[in-house]
Design a protein around this ligand. Sequence first.
Ligand SMILES: Cc1cc2nc3c(=O)[nH]c(=O)nc-3n(C[C@H](O)[C@H](O)[C@H](O)COP(=O)(O)O)c2cc1C
Length: 150
Amino acid sequence: MAKWLVAYASMTGNTEEIAELIVEGITASGHEADLKSVTDFNAAEVLNYEGFMIGVYTWGDGELPDEFLDFYEELDELDLHGKRAAVFGSGDTSYEQFCGAVDLTAEKLKERGAEVSPEMLKIEYSPLEQEKESCRDFGRRFVTAGAEIS
Ligand SMILES: Cc1cc2nc3c(=O)[nH]c(=O)nc-3n(C[C@H](O)[C@H](O)[C@H](O)COP(=O)(O)O)c2cc1C
């Protein structure tokens, strides 16, 4: 069976919580997903999966967090044609570039040839009770109805 990857960078746990909810959605739809921190693996591992979802919080003024930079740079070595991907993250709307790191990551994945879902999940801080289902749904739809969101 196809296996999916949900990988994230999270400093205070918000993006990690979103990633966990996405995995819940994937497994609830009968699929298998690995949940990993980007600090624990090399970007080339994404090639072992049917598709992957990357979560990242935003730092500075719409910037990538430091612990995400190795992963981001490793992507430059990869040919991601034929791979499906989606991006999500947590941010704070009081900053000018809300979830700017999510946009930067989507651009990089497209540059490397991945088929990136135009739907991105951007959550303020940690998901509110009513947003939790949207997180699960984001995962569920990515693995079950690719055509709908790509
Ligand atoms: C110094 C600093 C800079 C930040 N810059 C941004 C930003 O430019 N855009 C944004 O959306 N959020 C920004 N944030 C908010 C974080 O992305 C937000 O708190 C997020 O929930 C952290 O996610 P995490 O719990 O997964 O680490 C910033 C936070 C800090 C402390």
